[in-house]
Design a protein around this ligand. Structure first.
Ligand code: SF4
Ligand SMILES: [Zn+2]
Length: 121
């Protein structure tokens, strides 16, 4: 459940229109495309990351009342990848191996080549 930005009544997260006031909640009639909305006295662009980095070329900028691409500038675009600071050292090693799989394959091939070269001499 979420709330309608106009009438503040609870609505289903997938609702395309508010069942109470009819406010459009999703863009293009598709439940997977959220339609972000400003309040009556504000605009979305003031809080949008694409206004801040000047990458938006939508005609409604900087006075967008509704927008499908709005992204709150206080929320990072890409979630930070955090390594566990403590924990099981075996799991840490396994995670390191997964991240460096290519390097490990190359190192293994080098070691095998050296062994074969040494045995043939
Ligand atoms: S993406 Fe939408 S909310 Fe963001 S700056 Fe452009 S028009 Fe404004
Ligand atoms: Zn409503």
């Amino acid at each position: 459940m979420t709330t309608c930005p106009r009438c503040h009544q609870p609505v289903k997260a997938q609702a395309i229109n508010c069942p109470h006031c009819g406010n459009q909640l999703k863009a293009f009639g598709h439940p997977g495309i959220p339609l972000y909305q400003a309040t009556e006295t504000t605009y979305l662009c003031d809080r949008c990351i694409y206004d801040e980095d000047d990458s938006c070329n939508f005609p409604q900028r900087p006075y967008a009342k509704t927008c499908t691409l709005f992204h709150d500038k206080s929320v990072p675009l890409v979630e930070e990848f955090r390594l566990p600071s403590s924990g099981n050292p075996i799991k840490k090693f396994q995670a390191w191996c997964r991240r460096n799989r290519g390097l490990l394959i190359i190192a293994t091939l080098v070691v095998i080549s050296v062994i074969i070269t040494l045995q043939s001499n």
